[in-house]
Design a protein around this ligand. Structure first.
Ligand code: SAM
Length: 531
């Protein structure tokens, strides 16, 4: 087993002084290996619950793998971010996941353990405390107390460094952190997003040299309020000390977001670009993607890339696809390039993602000959209209899973189609087009036509690819889809998107048509041999 010293130990001047703990992580040749999980190995004996503190570095023996894949984070007891301290490469939930898929006939479920530390490239953190002692972190479980997490092991190391710099700025400029009880103070939250996309660096150095886009959530209506001078001063401080002219270039850009609501909503609707590059580029799934701070972005960039590459293998070349719950359309656009899709429709409720989608499209290879569209719409309204006309449907819903109306449409595709036909024949006599899926295609929020004329078909999808970050809701949706006999489950893969937690990301591939139901339990009776 190959082990490497934690490369994030490169000490940045704004990183807080690290504790005297030497840690190890498996290199990609060990924990990040793809494992076929059949059957699940017996759980490793529980290691002692003391932090692994080693004064002089010695490599742990291979038998201590549970310790080597330990979180080893001093914030573990108080911070609510991580729930598991050991065996980060194998979350406890995996046994349930493996069993679930096995019962449904998927024996070759795989699990990609991905990067175990420094994986989080996007973090939203509360800012509380005082201007002399700011606290930046997550809530303690079940409370509204903030736990300061300067040494978080999940954060990309440059997020921790940027937090260190931000704290210095708060103290120096006397910025008042938000007080939830009083509704007073200036800085409420900060979002840190890391881009690891600098092609001016050798590939091996890019990840750890990532630059941080800092979004400061300011407790005012807009940038004209009396406290915004301080926001600008804080932004300038970050730029002067962490921007391209500083001795350690750490900051990619600084944004302001304005929020005065007393509710538990992090962002307000108003965003202002303050300093640095406006566009934030990342490279995943074979494409350059642009992500505005207001758009959804996956937290684990590397794991998402692995998932996308696996997903590509399930989409036929030249297919027409619809990407539901699409965000900025990263999945759809990466398929447009890698699978040369004939058409790609992305559907997303958040209008803020539109600009990011358009930016990403602007960098797609010119050779792409695909009809591409992005629609700001609620998938739960008339979902059938988004299902018709594509061979492959990709769904990537939030943790709560698919909207019930979408599950219903997926379960009853054929009857919807019959209704649609009746609808169509009653209207096609009219010159005016009334079919909602055709009208929607025309009214796309963003539409890029293919160079080759594309026929709008009314075929039904044959493949459904479900990407899930919510295991419990996935199980429910999966059972509903299978129980309708409209879909069968063909493949499933897991990805360690959130090491240290009880969550994993699942990629499941369904094919249309009835499949084998739940495997019957063996009764122990031998079947008579057929003569
Ligand atoms: C887990 S994210 C996936 C985003 C995108 N697939 C990606 O990987 O970047 C779920 C997305 O679904 C969107 N969403 C939530 N409810 C929706 C709905 N009813 N209709 C359309 N989109 C929705 C959210 O705004 C969010 O962007």
């Amino acid at each position: 087993m190959a082990l490497s010293f934690l490369s994030s130990s490169v000490h940045h001047p704004y990183s807080p002084t690290p504790p005297l703990v030497t840690t190890y992580r498996f290199s990609t040749t060990c924990c990040a290996l793809q494992q076929a999980i059949t059957p699940a190995p017996a759980p490793a004996p529980a290691p002692p619950t003391t932090t692994l503190t080693i004064s002089s570095p010695t490599l742990p023996s291979p038998s201590s793998s549970s310790l080597s894949c330990a979180l080893d984070c001093q914030h573990f007891q108080s911070c609510s971010g991580c729930t598991h301290e050991f065996n980060l490469h194998r979350p406890n939930i995996l046994n349930d996941v493996t069993d679930f898929f096995k019962i449904l006939g998927v024996d070759d479920f795989t699990f990609d353990t991905c990067r175990l530390y420094g994986w989080r490239c996007r973090a939203k953190l509360a800012v509380r405390g005082s201007s002399t002692n700011p606290l930046i972190g997550l809530y303690e479980e079940g409370t509204h107390n903030i736990v300061d997490i300067p040494f978080c092991r999940a954060h990309h190391p440059n997020i921790n460094a940027a937090i260190g710099l931000l704290k210095q700025g708060i103290v120096k400029l006397d910025v008042e952190p938000y007080d939830e009880d009083e509704g007073t103070g200036e800085l409420r939250y900060v979002q840190m997003a890391v881009t690891t996309h600098s092609t001016s660096l050798p590939a091996a150095e890019r990840y750890l040299s990532g630059k941080v886009q800092v979004s400061l959530v300011w407790n005012s209506r807009n940038e004209n309020s009396h406290s915004s001078e301080k926001l600008n001063a804080l932004s300038n401080f970050l730029w002067r000390n962490g921007g391209p002219r500083s001795s350690f270039h750490l900051i990619h850009s600084v944004w302001g977001n304005f929020q005065t609501s007393t509710k538990n909503i992090i962002f307000g609707n108003r965003w202002r670009h303050l300093l640095g590059e406006r566009d934030f580029w990342e490279h995943v799934g074979g494409v350059d993607i642009s992500l505005a701070p207001s758009s959804f972005g996956q937290a684990n960039t590397r794991a998402f890339d692995s998932l996308l590459r696996k997903l590509h293998t399930y989409v036929p070349y030249g297919a027409s696809i619809t990407d539901l719950y699409a965000g900025a359309g990263v999945i759809g656009l990466s398929l447009a390039v890698s699978r040369k899709c004939r058409s790609v429709r992305c559907v997303e409720i958040n209008k803020e993602s539109k600009l990011s989608f358009e930016n990403t499209v602007s960098r797609l290879p010119k050779s792409i000959d695909s009809s591409i569209s992005w629609h700001q719409a609620d998938t739960s309204h008339e979902p059938f209209s988004w299902l018709v006309g594509s061979e492959v449907i990709v769904v990537d819903p939030p943790r709560k899973g698919l909207d019930p109306s979408l599950v219903d449409a997926l379960q009853n595709l054929k009857s919807y189609k019959l209704k649609a036909k009746a609808f169509e024949s009653s209207f096609l006599k009219d010159k005016d087009e009334k079919r909602p899926w055709i009208l929607r295609a025309r009214e796309a929020s963003v539409q890029i036509e293919s160079k080759t004329a594309q026929e709008i078909t009314q075929s039904l999808p044959n493949t459904l690819i479900y990407i899930s970050c919510g295991w419990e809701s996935f199980k429910e949706d999966c059972r509903s889809l299978l129980s309708s006999n409209s879909w069968r489950l063909e493949k499933a893969h897991g990805f360690n998107f959130f090491p240290g937690t009880e969550s994993i990301e699942v990629l499941a591939v369904f094919k249309r048509g009835p499949g084998v139901g739940l495997k019957k339990k063996k009764t122990g009776k031998k079947k008579k041999k057929q003569q």
